[in-house]
Design a protein around this ligand. Structure first.
Ligand code: ASP
Length: 337
């Protein structure tokens, strides 16, 4: 049975959380890291104009999320704010602009995890919730469950006052062309459209109280069938946060589920004492690459270290460590941030 708390109760709970946090505010320099998906991203596939659009969208996401951290708000609030910006951009495979299923609909998956108390929420296979990441957060804060799916998740979102929209709101011509090409019905794709990329969005944040959160939102894989669910809404596969380590993933979800990628990375940090860089590299390059499991992750530690390993040609990614200190990279050749 789903327990619904009034929105005021949630706002109250968040306010209390803020009061608690304010006792520690300013002790830790906040950090926000985001990704907009990995894939065969090479310079020759992106026009300068499109690259500028991607960079602008990633910068807007970082700015909006980081403002919440500077205001002393908890890391999960920053994660949601950053992801919401990317869900409203048609450039990414999340919210508006998500990829099409085999039957030409959009089905979203999203999850969020708060490290300090290992609370988590997720929605899977939802097609009418305007902001899937907000629905995942509502599951975390306003239900006794961790993951809700399909029409049940939509009914829950409606009950807690989230906006439901017609599925066509999420449709874009670009994704339709990609679906048709994938189904062998057309080959007229631009170079960018033809590049193989995942496009899921995610964020990890460290707040002023030293607490970590991670979140991920996606439309999944183009041409998916039979209610396929990827790694993004699965806690431990596409998203993980504990007190020391937070991860959001993008890549071929079937592998990320089977290798519990997000949890595996943080387990290596917690149990083997690995640095986040070594743990991330080991899983992305030593575990996934040999089995041709393409993708990448963003990782953040409680001391503010960032790692963003990926085994594809590129990954949209960005880090913000202070006001006006934004770093965005796309291609492998951009080097480490
Ligand atoms: N990981 C996502 C999935 O398999 C796809 C992506 O990263 O874009 O559903």
């Amino acid at each position: 049975m789903i327990r619904i708390f009034p929105i005021v109760a949630l706002v109250g709970a968040l306010a209390c959380a803020n009061l608690t946090l304010s006792a520690h505010a300013g002790e830790v320099a906040p950090v926000l890291v985001i990704h907009g998906g990995a894939g065969t991203l090479t310079r020759d596939r992106l026009t300068p104009e499109l690259e500028a659009d991607y960079r602008a969208a990633l910068a807007a996401s970082l700015e909006v999320g980081y403002e919440r951290l500077l205001a002393g708000e908890p890391s999960e609030v920053a994660v949601i704010a950053a992801i919401e910006v990317l869900e409203t951009s048609p450039l990414f495979n999340a919210g508006i602009g998500a990829v099409f299923t085999h039957s030409q609909t959009v089905e979203h998956d999203a999850s969020i995890m708060r490290g300090v108390d290992q609370q988590a929420g997720a929605v899977a296979g939802v097609s009418r919730i305007r902001s899937p990441i907000n629905a995942a957060f509502a599951v975390l804060g306003q239900s006794e469950h961790v993951m809700l799916s399909g029409t049940g998740a939509e009914a829950f979102a409606d009950q807690v006052g989230l906006e439901l929209v017609d599925n066509s709101v999420f449709h874009t011509e670009r994704r339709l062309r990609q679906l048709r090409a994938r189904q062998g019905k057309s080959a007229a794709l631009s170079l960018d459209e033809n590049s193989h990329k995942f496009g899921t969005v995610g964020a990890v944040a460290l707040d002023q109280a030293g607490h970590l959160s991670a979140g991920t939102s996606t439309g999944g894989m183009t041409n998916k069938r039979f209610g396929r669910i990827g790694d993004s809404p699965i806690i431990g596969a596409g998203t993980w946060a504990d007190t020391d380590c937070a991860v959001s993933a993008t890549g071929h979800g079937e592998y990320f589920i089977r290798y519990a990628v997000a949890h595996e990375i943080c387990a290596r940090v917690r149990l083997a004492g690995a640095s986040i860089t070594d743990a991330g590299n080991a899983v992305i390059f030593d575990v996934l690459k040999p089995i041709e499991a393409e993708g990448g992750v963003i990782i953040l530690s409680a001391s503010g270290e960032v790692a963003m390993p990926f085994n594809s040609a590129g990954m949209y990614r960005g880090v913000m460590r202070a006001k006006d200190d934004i770093a965005i990279e796309i291609f492998a050749s951009d080097g480490a941030l």
